[in-house]
Design a protein around this ligand. Sequence first.
Ligand code: PLP
Length: 394
Amino acid sequence: MTTSNNIKQLDKEYIAQTYGRFDLALSHGKGCDVWDFEGNQYLDFTSGIGVNSLGWADDDWLKAVTEQAGKLQHTSNLFFTEPSSLLAQKLANASGLKRAFFCNSGAEANEGAVKTARKYSHDKYGAGRSTVLTLVNSFHGRTISTLAATGQDVFHQHFFPFTDGFEYVPANDIQALKTRLEVNNVCGVLLEVVQGEGGVCSLDTEYMNAVQNLCQEKDIVFIIDEVQTGIGRTGTMFSYQQFGLQPDIVSLAKGLGGGLPIGSFLLGQKVENTLGKSDHGSTFGGNPVACAGANVVMDKISPEFLAEVTRKGQKTRESLAKLPKVKSVSGLGLMLGVEFEENVVASDVVVKCIEKGVLFLTAKAKLRLLPPLTITDAQIEHGLKVLKEVLENY
Ligand SMILES: *Cc1c(COP(=O)(O)O)cnc(C)c1O
C-alpha cells in the first residue's frame, strides 16, 4: 500500500531538493477536487500553478489525450501531424498573429521569442542591436537566458555568467523607457500584462500602449509573455486583448495543454518569416498528445466560457476584498493576489487552509489564487469560507 509518508520519504532521498513543497502527496483528482493517499479531499485554487485550466481529468480532454496516445505519441518534427497543425490554426485565429512555434515550457517559449527578436533585428539592421529590455519585478523563466531576462535580483545570485543583452526598466515609467531607447541598441521589449510571480501586479493600460507605440516607432519587436495570463486565465483568451494591444510575439505555456507540457510562441506579421529552416527546433515540440490536449482546451474556451471566467473572477475579487485582514486585491479574471495586513504571513495562511482542505498559492508576500477556470460558484464560496475562518482566527 502506498502511503503519503512513503512518497515523501523517497522524494527526500532521491529527488533534487529544489522545491519547497507543501506537506501533501497527491493521489488523484477530478474537476476541482483532489485526494491524498489517505483519502483526504482538497478543493483546488492552484491548477498546478495555472496549468490545469479545465481542472483534473476533464472528460473530453481525457478522451482526446488517451485516443491520441493510442495513435501517435510522438513523431519528431520531420513529419506533419494533425494535432499541431490544428492547434496552430486555432492559436492564429484566436490571437490575430500568423504562426506558432511549439516547444515544451514557458522558459523555452521566451527563449524562442528572444531569438526571433534578435534575428529580426540582425537581418534588417546588422550587428549591435541585440538588447532585449524587460521590466523590473518580471519573471520569464529559469534557463540561464530567461533568468537573465527576469528583472529580480534574487534570481541573479549564483549562476554566472548569465546571457548578455538583457536590461531592466521600471514598470509603468514610460519616461525611463524613452530615455533608454535613445541608445539605438534595442531589438525587443518583453513584458507581462500582469506580473504573476512578481506578486500579481497589473501594468497600467496607458503604459502598455505607450510601450507598444515606442516599439512601433523604432521597429522594436514587442513581446508579451502570456505564459501565466494566457489561454483564458484573465477572462479573455489573451490578457493583452483587454487593452487593445497588438504584440509582435506572444509566448504561452502553463494553461495551454490543460496539464500536459507544452509551450508556444506566436509570431505576428512583422516576424512571421524571421525564423527559417533550421533556425530553431525542439525534439519534443508539437508533441501530438500535448497538442491533442491543447486542442480541447482551445475548443472549450468559447466567448461564453470567457464571460464566466470574468464573472467568477469579479465575484471572487469582491468577496476577497470583504474578508478580515485583507488590505487589497489585485489581478485580472481568475488570476488574483491578496495583500494582507502586516502581521499576516501569506504562506502561513496557505498552510492553515490546507489543514482545512483548501489549496491556495502565494506570490511574493501575497496569497495567490489560480483556480481551474471551470470552478463553480459553490466551490468558490466554500474556498472563501474556509479562508475567512482561517483569517478570523489568525
Ligand atoms: C511560469 C512562467 C514562466 C516559466 O515557465 P516554465 O514553464 O516554468 O518554464 C515564464 N513566464 C511567466 C510569466 C511565467 O508565469
